[in-house]
Every structure is written in structure tokens, then in C-alpha cells.
Design a protein around this ligand. Structure first.
Ligand code: AMP
Length: 249
């Protein structure tokens, strides 16, 4: 069975992004970029399926600038077999990514497509759902457990009030939640080996997809600055402040 994993290059979760002075977006200059954390979980799950003898090949794919090759190399160091970059230097929105992933699935014919539930830069939480719709494949989002056997996948999801288990026929789309697994770190020998693994670079034209943005950002603003905290003299002063000054925002 072949597993395709979508990995996005995003601003590192520890980095402090700044809004561009003209409010047109985020200033990416000198910002550390990394693999989207939910995609690390997706790669880990695919690699575990391979280590468990269930998957035979793990293909990692990204849509983005040439620099996204770095996150693909990381995914290869974590256990991916080969990588595909659909290179585009412009803004790639979730619908465009979904179209590109659908085209890559038609080309690669995987049994399972695993994505993160959400990219931490746009927080869109849309791509998995849209690619499933475009392919007309069953989907299970926010997976906290994945069991593949007999041409089907059982996916457990944490929902309000308990755990829900879905049973899907393959091929299917699964998106990962935080508790699905704990991703491993790439070892130095595996980072070296990853440099030699195949990484194909395609263009949108070669794949026959239109990546043009459909949404226009009107403006991006920084959140309001928090005012500093104060020390109070005693418990009575604290209670007084809580009673008379604290308000729910
Ligand atoms: P989003 O819908 O933007 O929140 O992203 C959800 C998931 O879709 C991510 O966790 C990735 O697995 C995948 N994805 C989104 N954008 C890209 C991209 N440019 N390249 C590869 N995968 C992506």
C-alpha cells in the first residue's frame, strides 16, 4: 500500500511573526521556517505504517517555494521514501493546494493521503476536506488513532463527549490531530541518507493545475498589546481589584 503525506513549510512555531508595515501580510524576512507540526505527525504515522509492514512506500509532497525542499528533506530523514515538490513561488491558498494534491493523487495513485488537520500559519483547516471532495474519497478528520487492515481504515476521533470511530474504504483521506502520535527526531545518519533520496520538482503547468489565489487578503493587523501586570499589596487588595476592576474581555 502506498501512502502520500502532505507537508507544508510554515513559520516555525517558536518564531514571533511581525506584520508588514503596510498591513498586507506577514513579514517573512529572517524568520525561521519549519515543517507544520501536524504534518510531522502525519509523516510519523505513515512511517509507522511502513515499519509495521502495512505500507510499502511513503511519498512526501509539498506545494510551495524552492525552499520547501528543506522540509521535504526533513520528511525524508524521518522515514519518507521519496519526495515531490510542486514548486510555486507565489501565495498558495488551501483550494489551490487541494487541487494540486488531487492531481498528485491521480498521478501517484496512493491508498491513503495523510495531511495535518491544520497549518499553523493560515489556520485554515480546509485542505484535507477539500481534497477529499475533489477526489470523491471518504475522509476522516482529526484522527487520534489510525488502524489499516483489509483495504479499510478505522479512524478514531476525539469529539465532544467521547471517542468516535469511523470505518472507511481505501483510498481515503485522513487528517491528523495532536494526540495521534509523538513524532521522532531525525538522526544524523538519517539526515545524511535523506540527501540521496529522490526529490522530484514539478511545475503547476506540468501537473495541469491552476494555483491562482481565489481569496484576497484585505488587511492583517497585530493583536492589541497586553498592558503590563501589577503587584498588589495583599489578598484584600487582590479581592478588591477582582471585584471592582476585573472584566471579562
Ligand atoms: P490548512 O487547510 O491550510 O490548515 O492545511 C491543512 C493541511 O493541509 C496541512 O497540515 C498540510 O498537511 C496540508 N497543506 C496545506 N498547505 C500545504 C502546502 N502548501 N503543501 C503541502 N501540504 C499542505
Amino acid at each position: 500500500m502506498k501512502v502520500l503525506v502532505a507537508v507544508k513549510r510554515v513559520i516555525d512555531y517558536n518564531a514571533k511573526p511581525r506584520v508588514k508595515p503596510d498591513g498586507s501580510g506577514i513579514d517573512l524576512t529572517n524568520l525561521k521556517m519549519s515543517m507544520n507540526p501536524f504534518d510531522e505527525i502525519a509523516v510519523e504515522e505513515a512511517v509507522r505504517l511502513k515499519e509495521g509492514g502495512i505500507a510499502s512506500e511513503v511519498v512526501v509532497v509539498s506545494i510551495g517555494p524552492a525552499a520547501a525542499q528543506e522540509v521535504l528533506r526533513t520528511a525524508l530523514a524521518l522515514g519518507g521514501d521519496r519526495a515531490v515538490l510542486l514548486q510555486d513561488e507565489g501565495e498558495v491558498q488551501p483550494l489551490a493546494v487541494a487541487k494540486a494534491l488531487a492531481a498528485l493523487c491521480k498521478r501517484e495513485q496512493p491508498d491513503l493521503l495523510i495531511l495535518g488537520k491544520q497549518a499553523i500559519d493560515d489556520d485554515a483547516c480546509q485542505t484535507g476536506q477539500m481534497v477529499a471532495a475533489l477526489l470523491d474519497w471518504p475522509q476522516a478528520t482529526f484522527a487520534s488513532q489510525v488502524d489499516v487492515s483489509g483495504g479499510r481504515v478505522k479512524v478514531t476521533r476525539e469529539i465532544d463527549g467521547g471517542l468516535e470511530t469511523l470505518d472507511l474504504a481505501l483510498p481515503a483521506v485522513v487528517t491528523t490531530d495532536l494526540r495521534l502520535n509523538t513524532p521522532r527526531y531525525a538522526s544524523l545518519p538519517n539526515i545524511m541518507k535523506a540527501k540521496k533520496k529522490p526529490l522530484d520538482v514539478l511545475t503547476a503547468g506540468e501537473l495541469g493545475v491552476d494555483l491562482a489565489p481565489r481569496l484576497k487578503t484585505l488587511k492583517v493587523v497585530e493583536p492589541p498589546k497586553r498592558s503590563g501586570g501589577v503587584m498588589v499589596a495583599d489578598v484584600a487588595a487582590l479581592v478588591d481589584k477582582l471585584r471592582n476592576e476585573a472584566k471579562v474581555i
